[in-house]
Each structure stands twice: as C-alpha cells, then as structure tokens.
Design a protein around this ligand. Structure first.
Ligand code: NAD
Ligand code: ZN
Length: 361
C-alpha cells in the first residue's frame, strides 16, 4: 500500500506500506540527486541483514553504525560528515538513514550542516520514527547530557516507512513508541484516542491493519500541526511538546537508561497531574489509565527514576529550549483533544513536578 502526502512548504513524499523500499528505489532512480551514502543502524541491520544489500543496489555506499540514544552525539554527526568528506560528496549527493529516531535525528543534523545541507532520505525503522521523528523536519543531537540542544530544522526529501521493520522491534522499544502515538490522542483528537483505546490488544500485538491505520492517522495528525507552524513560532507546534519538558529532564537525569517514549509517558503523567492541580481538572485519570493499559512503563524501574536528584532534574528543566527568562512556555492539557499554551514560572514548574514525581509515581 502506498500513500503520498505533500507538505506544501517543502514538497516531500511520504510512503507508508510493506516492501516500500522498492518504491523508494524507483523514486531515487528518477531523483535529481545522486544517492551517495546510506547509513544503517546496527539494531535494524542485525535483524534485516538483507537491508544493506538492498540499499547497496541504490546507494554508492552503505555503512552500518551503532544506533540508539547513546550515539546521538556530536561525535557521531562529525563522523558522518567525515565519511561524506572522504567520499568527496557534493550538494547533489544524498545521504539516507535507516534506523530509529536517535540515529535519524543525528544523520539528519549532519545532512543539514554538511555544505549547508544535502538531500536527506529517511527510512524510519521504529514505530516512533515512522509516526514522529521522520516527520516535521527537526534534527538534533544531545550535548553534555542535555537533550536535543544542538540541532536544526531540516526536512528530508523523502520518507519511506516499511511496516516490515515493526516486526523485529524488541517489545520494550515497540511499547515505548506508543507513548508518542498516545500523545497525539490526548492533545489533538478524542476520536483517534478512542481508536487507540478500542484497538489496544490488536495494536499491542502488532496486527498489520491496526498498525497501518495507526501510522496513517498519527502521521496525519502530526503533519497537520507542522504544516500550520513548521518552525514552532506560532504557538501551534508547541503542542507536540506535551510531556516532553518533564520527559526530557527524566531522560537526561536517567543518563538515557529510560527510552525516549518511556520518559515521555512518565512526563505526560506528571505534567498532567500538575496541570490538574492548577486547573482543577481530573485529566490525569484518563492519561494514567491509558498509559498503564498500554504497559508502556512495564520495563521501567520507577524506584531508580525517583532517585534522580532534584538539583540535576532542575538543571535540565532550566536548560529546556522552551524557557523564556524565568518562565517556561508549555502546552497545558485542558481536556482530551484540547490544550493551550501557558507561561509558568520555571522554578515552580521544576519544584512542583519533582515533588509529584517523588510522591505520586
Ligand atoms: P532509537 O532510535 O533509540 O532506537 C531504539 C532501539 O531500537 C535501538 O537500540 C535500535 O538499535 C533498535 N532498532 C531500531 N529499529 C529496529 C528494528 N527494526 N528492529 C530491531 N531493533 C531496532 O529509538 P526511537 O524510539 O526510534 O527514537 C527515539 C529518539 O527520537 C529520541 O532521541 C527522540 O528525541 C527522537 N525524536 C525526535 C523527534 C523529531 O521530531 N525529530 C520526534 C520524536 C522523537
Ligand atoms: Zn518525543
């Protein structure tokens, strides 16, 4: 199955389905640029040994490198730039990345700064990368333990999501991906959230039809937001940061022992409890219940999360990109599918959310 969406401002193609790499090859054969180098993450390589040979038929060169959050560093981006430089890549040469969000964010960043930007092809291999990180043009690496603070806005030329990759994801990685799928439901659409709730068993067991529907619906929800506010400057795209202020601090604070999706799931629970206290709402009941039914935190040792020191936690909140002076601008959930942006004092945000983490998680 094939679906192409075009994001007006950037005209890029998104292909979703099974065996879409064939389609990708056709696209690349007719593209104006030259497919130079494909980077493949070790996780997907170990499970799909044929992927490298398939890509070798299109790209001049294929390299397998370590992926995962701990490789999402400036050094990895520089290593990729070095490989482009060694191959004398020019602005007409394209680089691809087949991996999860961590390595794709890193390769995307390298692609955006090498010669001020060369064509970039996203081949997301986790559910999270398919529905979130490959769409919307944010690239980044972590720096001194702080999440995503070096990065750029840079869109790929094409995104090819092959659902076959979902089959080999370790259970922990797959479940963690679902946090972002739920995020779109909580913040943007009650109807889509009902789909997730009603089809939970099928989704958790990775049934083809439901996973396909999830990928298409989630991608559309995200792209609708990105299209309105591509650079997060109009107070619209900020909604996608729901759960991410606390989430990023926990991810960093755990030294990346927590997966991104797990940290975001915890972040959505803690932030919602905090906003409930401010607004007198009871949204946490729904948010916590859906997250726990989906068992996203099944592999997380909550005691060790609670051992993150307050000082470290606060320092990550203070380094968050959304801080403006002594305030932090965050999307606050008002109801399911309803939210607004608020500027809250950053020190009380850190203090209150930390105390919720300690006492209620
Ligand atoms: P990940 O990229 O860290 O991958 C998780 C693990 O899955 C890795 O160990 C990897 O080797 C393995 N893996 C990948 N594909 C596989 C496959 N098909 N079979 C078996 N194993 C496989 O995790 P992720 O959840 O994909 O991405 C999280 C990252 O995405 C975070 O760094 C987050 O900040 C980023 N992100 C970015 C955006 C954005 O807009 N750019 C949005 C959301 C998240
Ligand atoms: Zn995220």
């Amino acid at each position: 199955e094939l679906k192409i969406t075009i994001l007006d401002e950037y005209f890029y193609h998104i292909i979703v389905g099974r065996n879409v790499l064939e389609r990708l090859k056709d696209f690349l054969r007719t593209a104006y640029f030259n497919p130079k180098l494909a980077i493949v993450g070790k996780g997907v390589h170990d499970n799909f040994p044929n992927l490298t040979s398939e890509l070798q038929r299109v790209f001049e060169d294929v390299m397998v490198i370590e992926d995962g959050e701990k490789s999402k560093e400036l050094e990895t981006a520089l290593y990729i730039i070095e490989k482009l430089w060694e191959r004398k890549a020019s602005r007409w040469d394209a680089i691809a990345c087949a991996s999860g969000g961590s390595l794709c964010d890193t390769v995307g960043f390298a692609a955006s700064i090498y010669m001020r930007g060369i064509p970039f092809v996203q081949i997301p291999t986790t559910l999270l990368a398919m529905i979130d990180s490959s769409l919307g043009g944010k690239t980044a690496v972590n720096y001194k333990g702080t999440k995503n603070i070096i990065g750029s806005f840079y869109h790929p030329s094409i995104v090819a999501s092959d659902l076959r990759f979902i089959e080999t994801l370790p259970e922990r990685v797959y479940l963690s991906s679902l946090a972002e799928a739920l995020k779109y439901g909580f913040t943007l659409s009650e109807d889509y959230l009902s789909f997730l709730v009603n089809n939970r068993k099928e989704i958790i067991s990775r049934r083809d039809d439901e996973v396909m529907e999830l990928v298409l619906r989630a991608s559309k929800l995200k792209l609708d937001v990105v299209r309105e506010d591509p650079r997060e400057r109009k107070g619209i795209r900020e909604v996608l940061n729901y759960g991410h202020t606390v989430g990023h601090a926990l991810e960093s604070g755990s030294k990346y022992e927590l997966l991104h999706g797990e940290a975001v799931a915890l972040g959505m629970i803690v932030e919602t409890k905090y906003y409930d206290k401010i607004n007198g709402t009871e949204l946490d009941k729904i948010v916590s219940k859906v997250i726990s039914d989906y068992e996203i935190l099944k592999f997380v040792n909550l005691n060790s999360v609670c051992e993150i020191e307050e000082e470290a936690y606060t320092s990550y909140i203070l380094r968050d990109k959304k801080r403006i002076g002594d305030r932090i601008r965050v999307p606050v959930l008002l109801g399911i599918g309803r939210w607004e942006l608020r500027e809250l004092p950053v020190t009380s945000f850190a203090k209150e959310t930390y105390s919720i983490l300690k006492s209620e998680i």
